[in-house]
Write a protein that binds this ligand. Structure first.
Ligand code: URA
Length: 436
């Protein structure tokens, strides 16, 4: 194959055949297509899109690009959740141990930060010692022992997504329905889950900012998931402001532990969405007969401390220091903080999640180039959220930063993110729709 021909075909609006897509993925994983050519192809896809047939083939080629986990001998239902990406979206850190504490087997393959959004793997790796590159046997043993394992794409597991995911993040080629669908579902097929709850985000901090685009993505995801033999349920949820009160890797781990410890006073949206998505997993997998029953189960596992205990077991099983659960001071800490205050009084009408995500990247919590190393402690804590009153000069955010931060850029983005209004804004509904 001459890959240049495929770039031209997509650029000119053509549809690739299954054989062409299969060969392209094989060559790319084998390092026989250079990143500069793949970047050009991805940009052509951004403009021309992928058809349903192309998306299905790409998903399956990517899933088959490495090994596939098989946990069919485990009797309990295997169920996972994946989000299409948001800012402050740390739900997986709480939900995976919570669902396991409710009886699910959760084989979760996650991603790293993508564009302005955070990634579960980067958050987990901010825990000293935590490993995400688990092999099949380790994964299985851990699922048998504690019902949950959280890993990454590797050279063996979905290597195609491992390479494409990073390239898309660095070349502004993320928000295309087919590419997102193939990236998410290839991981889910390869990890061996039976059922999947998808959290499709919409709003300023999401890749699909408009509700109609989120619906299209949700419908494509559902269609290809069903064709791939996965049971699937989808919620479209709000991502106009960051979820919870922190954005940045170790800060988000800290918040997740706080919520699982019963300290959710300031993180009500995070707790509500975690319970909602866990309930969906329990119902979809048949562990619960109804939504109210599932919600009760999830709430009990949270309130009893079982989910927190399971998080400690998960951290220990993957080489991390479980003592962070009782002593968050053991997580990486920033040497510097800068407080940003409200310029005048009023109701917080909007905290633009995309700008907060970009500010966090400028602080060093995300990547804009391959060579960037992450500062695990960098990030932002919000002291006010939409619908709260702030007085003039009241602190509304704190930046946590180290020597590599671009503080000027981060502060500029942060300040631009805040809108204050004399009128109280309407209440936010986290779950906008269920699809299909
Ligand atoms: N999450 C993924 O795993 N891939 C995407 O493309 C977007 C969100």
């Amino acid at each position: 194959m001459v890959f240049l021909d495929l770039i031209e075909k997509k650029r000119d609006g053509g549809e690739l055949s299954a054989a062409e897509i299969d060969e392209m993925i094989g060559l790319y994983v084998g390092d026989d297509i250079a990143d500069y050519q793949m970047s050009s192809f991805l940009m052509a896809v951004m403009w021309r899109g992928l058809t349903n047939a192309e998306t299905a083939t790409l998903t399956w080629s990517m899933a088959e690009s490495g090994a596939r986990f098989d946990f069919s001998s485990l009797m309990e239902p295997k169920v996972d959740k994946h989000s299409t990406g948001g800012v402050g979206d740390k739900v997986s850190l709480l939900l995976a141990p919570l669902a396991a504490a409710c009886g699910c087997i959760v084989p979760m393959i996650s991603g790293r930060g993508l564009g302005h959004t955070g990634g579960t793997l980067d958050k987990l790796e901010s825990i000293p010692g935590f490993r995400v590159d688990l092999g099949h046997d380790e994964f299985r043993k851990q699922l048998e022992a504690i019902g949950v394992a959280m890993g990454s794409q590797t050279k063996e597991l979905v290597p195609a997504d491992r390479k494409l995911y990073e390239l898309r993040s660095l070349t502004a080629t993320i928000p295309e329905t087919g590419l997102i669908t193939a990236s998410i579902l290839s991981k889910k097929i390869a990890e061996g889950t039976e059922s999947l709850v998808l959290d499709v985000k919409t709003g300023s901090g999401a890749f699909m900012q408009r509700l109609d685009d989120a619906r299209q993505l949700a419908d494509r995801l559902h269609q290809i998931a069903i064709l791939s033999g996965l049971q699937c349920s989808i919620l479209i949820t709000e991502m106009d402001q960051p979820l919870g009160c922190t954005v940045g890797n170790s800060l988000e781990v800290r918040e997740a532990i706080a919520v699982l410890s019963g300290d959710a006073e300031r993180s009500t949206d995070l707790k509500e969405l975690t319970l909602e998505l866990t309930t969906e997993m329990l119902v979809l997998s048949g562990l619960s007969e109804s939504h109210p029953h599932g919600l009760r189960l999830a709430q009990q596992a949270l309130d009893s401390g079982k989910a927190l205990e399971r998080l400690g077991e998960l951290i220990e099983a993957q080489g991390g220091n479980p003592r962070i659960i009782d002593n968050i001071g053991l997580l990486p800490q920033s040497p510097h903080t800068t407080v940003v205050t409200a310029p005048y009084e009023g109701w917080v009408a909007c905290i633009d999640a995309r700008l907060i995500g970009a500010a966090t990247v400028a602080l060093g919590a995300g990547r804009t180039q391959r060579s960037d190393s992450l500062d695990p402690a960098a990030g932002i804590e919000l002291h006010a959220k939409c619908g709260q009153w702030v007085s003039r000069d009241e602190p509304w955010a704190t930046l946590y930063h180290g020597p590599g931060a671009d503080l000027g850029r981060a502060t500029m983005k942060l300040k631009a993110a805040l809108s204050i209004s004399p009128d109280k804004p309407a209440a936010i509904h986290l779950v906008k729709e269920r699809r299909p």
